[in-house]
Design a protein around this ligand. Structure first.
Ligand SMILES: C[S@@+](CC[C@H](N)C(=O)[O-])C[C@H]1O[C@@H](n2cnc3c(N)ncnc32)[C@H](O)[C@@H]1O
Length: 256
């Protein structure tokens, strides 16, 4: 689609990540969110509500660090967040024109273009992967959000590992990436709200579960569980007429 092509072209993305196609993600997510507006509404409302609760609890006029900000679909409006924080850092591997515009209009919104897995450049260079990220460690944010990103981080590296080395190696790679993100959150040493898929279910046209997947590659979320809810990511017709995909989202609070 022309609109998606224009948006992808104007999306900023590190060169290695662009080679891997990450710049096309924001437009694809926005398009899916529009098509699935009704099915996604409860998930987006739950997420925004919990974020505002945590903002009220931990906001001290300092920094809110958002890891996996994407096209900001699940983030409350910036003016609401800026009542609790002096600045909001949006960290993602790709920032589309809508997000760039939001940051241009509001100087307290800062964009950080970062590969949170530390693997994209190594994939492109054909080097062995050593998932790791130290972004913002030592900066003492008031609150960190890991915003519906944990299950997404392994997707591209896992798919490439599966092609080259098979499913077992791909699973090991995925687990290493999930663990590296959890280690990163721990090193940030700040209160952290983790929102992540903890189970993925594939259903047939009759609504029967045909397959369950573990999006966290065998790892568990740390911290205290605050809530869980189902999210119909792809209602019937989105991927195929007789197929649907839903996840269970869990919200965990990691104390500082
Ligand atoms: C499911 S989306 C969630 C985005 C955002 N929370 C929202 O709902 O608008 C996953 C996000 O992960 C980002 N992402 C995937 N791999 C990444 C990586 N290696 N480093 C940083 N961000 C990554 C994508 O760009 C995308 O914005």
């Amino acid at each position: 689609m022309l609109w998606e092509w224009i948006t992808s072209t104007l999306t900023i993305c590190p060169p290695a990540a662009r080679r891997l196609g990450y710049h096309r993600e924001p437009a694809a997510i926005r398009a899916r969110a529009r098509r699935c507006r009704e099915a996604w509404a409860p998930h987006l409302a739950n997420t925004r509500h919990l974020i505002m609760e945590m903002a009220g609890r931990f906001g001290r006029g300092g920094t809110l660090l958002v890891l996996g900000s994407g096209p900001l679909l699940d983030l409350p409006a910036p003016d609401q967040l800026l009542r609790h924080f002096g600045r909001v850092i949006l960290a993602d591997i790709a920032h589309d024109p809508g997000v760039r515009w939001a940051a241009w209009r509001e100087p307290r919104i800062i964009l950080d273009l970062v590969d949170l897995t530390g693997t994209a450049a190594d994939i492109v260079a054909g080097r062995p992967l050593a998932p790791h990220c130290d972004a913002h460690v030592g900066t003492a944010p008031d609150l960190v959000l890991s915003l519906n990103i944990l299950s997404q981080l392994p997707l591209t590296p896992r798919a490439l590992a599966a092609e080259e080395a098979g499913e077992t190696a791909a699973d090991t790679q995925a687990a290493a990436i999930v663990q590296a993100h959890l280690d990163h959150l721990a090193r940030l040493a700040a209160p952290c709200l983790i929102l992540a898929d903890v189970e993925r279910r594939w259903l047939d046209g009759g609504g029967h579960i045909r397959r369950r997947e573990d999006p966290l590659a065998g790892l568990s979320l740390p911290g205290d569980r605050l809530a869980t809810w189902p999210w119909t990511v792809a209602p019937p017709g989105e991927i195929a007429r007789d197929q649907a995909m839903e996840t269970t989202v869990a919200a965990h609070l990691l104390p500082p």
